[in-house]
Design a protein around this ligand. Structure first.
Ligand code: PLP
Length: 477
């Protein structure tokens, strides 16, 4: 492609993206297509000869847009948000444009060093302690013991945390000799935790049978720490090795925040690693009034939060910190001859390939850098406060309504509701709203009852969209 074509098509596409996003609330939120509809619109085989891309904007409208689900729609209230922003999109564009692969410090020093800086900026932004810092505050000071890295997702972060914990608990034997050679290892998390913890146990060879699901408080859905203590003690007494506890800050079903500080105290008695999955609500700590969400994080061995959910940073961007980087790099690091290089051997640089599952990595720090630069901490705080205020208003409307009821505390941006007539009615209303394309909602079960989750956090959601959602619920209820 000649550079001038790239520039002109690039301008057209930026224009098209801007129009597409600005008109998000004119399209149905759920894609009104049947399985196979989109696939059928495209040729069955690749073109034998290169084609002009000049018509791409029109082709996107005809072929792709009808099959898009409106994650960026202001009427998006499903799952958790996966919001973004113009500065973040520009960061993604830059990452693609620069096209570097930062597996080693030597394969693009800027990629590694800006990433380390973004992790340190974020620590400061969320009020997390210096034991997780990546670069010393004093450039001439001793190297840091802890550190942070951008992972693709919270699932990967939790998997890496579990592998590091396993390595620490077995003094390297699990990675070297296999899990079969180790004492029976047991992991713990709340019954409300995200499925990625179970996935990490299955993938690592710990096994689903060795993951204990700790009961949660029936009102708050936060982990019952007394039950955790009893389970860990029973396992230890039976000769098993409690090695990993995952606490959650913002459970997927109801947004519950586990009592992390108490969990750390219990886990410490057994020498177990504590990972805090703050995928959703960890970033709320950027606001001093929501900093309680990360209470106890300072005693954890690892923490992850997802700017790619609520913090205007394009998917994928998970921030993952460990207090002891050696535990992680010992579990993840291997050194083939073809990657040997002088900076690595000097011991003065970070090679992020040793902090993650894949070898290769993109320049993800750019988008976070641009988000921080554009909004400033105060801009992000203000946006979070608006989302939380909208959720609180919505919760108040539900509380004042005769047909709907709230089924979990909703101190932040997630409100869980159900129709007083029960499961069937609640599900029917959710299905009808999603089929109408007016808004998108998702569900869960709490106490085995069907619940609609109303999650507020899309970049373009305003008060009027939340008000309209309430009216839609009322009219269908
Ligand atoms: N942890 C929690 C509490 C979540 O709610 C989610 C997703 O919603 C995840 C982890 C997984 O996130 P990711 O897609 O970044 O792996």
């Amino acid at each position: 492609m000649p550079p001038e074509t790239f520039e002109s098509l690039g301008r057209d596409l930026l224009h098209w993206i801007t129009r597409h996003l600005d008109s998000a609330d004119t399209r149905p939120v759920a894609a009104p297509v049947a399985p196979g509809d989109i696939h059928r619109r495209f040729p069955a085989s690749p073109p034998e000869h290169g084609q002009s891309l000049a018509e791409l904007p029109r082709e996107l409208d005809d072929l792709v847009v009808p099959g898009l689900t409106g994650w960026q729609s202001p009427n998006w209230f499903a799952y958790f948000p996966c919001n973004h922003s113009y500065p973040s999109i520009l960061g993604e564009l830059l990452s693609a444009g620069l096209g570097v692969q930062g597996m080693l410090w030597a394969t693009s020093p800027a990629c590694t060093e800006l990433e380390s800086l973004m992790l340190d900026w974020s620590l400061e932004a969320f009020g997390l302690p210096d034991r997780f810092r990546t670069m010393p505050r004093d450039p001439n000071g001793p190297p840091c013991a802890g550190g942070g890295v951008v992972q693709d997702t919270a699932s990967s972060a939790t998997f890496c945390a579990l592998l590091a914990a396993r390595d620490r608990a077995t003094d390297g034997a699990a990675g070297r000799d296999g899990v079969a050679a180790c004492p029976p290892l047991v992991a713990y998390t709340s019954e409300q935790a995200h499925s990625s913890v179970e996935k990490a146990c299955t993938m690592s060879g710990i096994g689903r049978a060795n993951l204990r699901l700790v009961p949660s408080d029936p009102d708050t859905f936060a982990m019952d720490v007394d039950a955790l203590a009893a389970m860990m003690a029973a396992d230890a007494a039976a000769g098993r090795l409690p090695f990993f506890v995952c606490a959650t800050c913002g459970t997927t079903s109801s947004g519950a925040v586990d009592p992390t500080a108490r969990i750390v105290d219990v886990a410490r008695e057994h020498g177990a690693w504590v990972h805090l999955d703050g995928a959703m609500f960890g970033v709320a700590a950027i606001c001093p009034e929501f900093r309680w969400t990360l209470d106890g994080a300072d005693g954890c061995d690892s923490i992850c939060v997802n700017p790619h959910k609520w913090m205007f940073t394009n998917f994928d961007c998970d921030l993952f910190w460990v207090a002891d980087r050696r535990a992680l790099t010992r579990a993840m690091g291997v050194m083939p001859e073809y990657l040997r290089n002088a900076p690595t051997e000097s011991g003065q640089v970070i090679d992020y390939r040793d902090w993650q599952v894949p070898l290769g990595r993109r320049f993800r720090a750019l988008k976070l850098w641009l988000v921080y630069r554009h909004y400033g901490l105060e801009g992000i705080r203000q946006a979070f406060r608006e989302h939380v205020a909208m959720a609180q208003e919505f919760a108040d409307m539900i509380d004042a309504d005769d047909d709907w009821t709230r089924v979990a505390p909703s101190p932040l941006s997630l409100v869980c509701i159900r129709h007083r007539d029960g499961d069937e009615r609640t599900k029917r209303i959710l299905d009808a709203i999603n089929a109408s394309g007016e808004a998108m909602l998702s569900h869960t079960k709490l106490h085995d009852e069907y619940v609609i989750r109303v999650s507020i956090g899309a970049t373009r959601t305003r008060h009027e969209h939340v008000q309209r959602l309430f009216e839609i619920l009322r009219s269908r209820g």
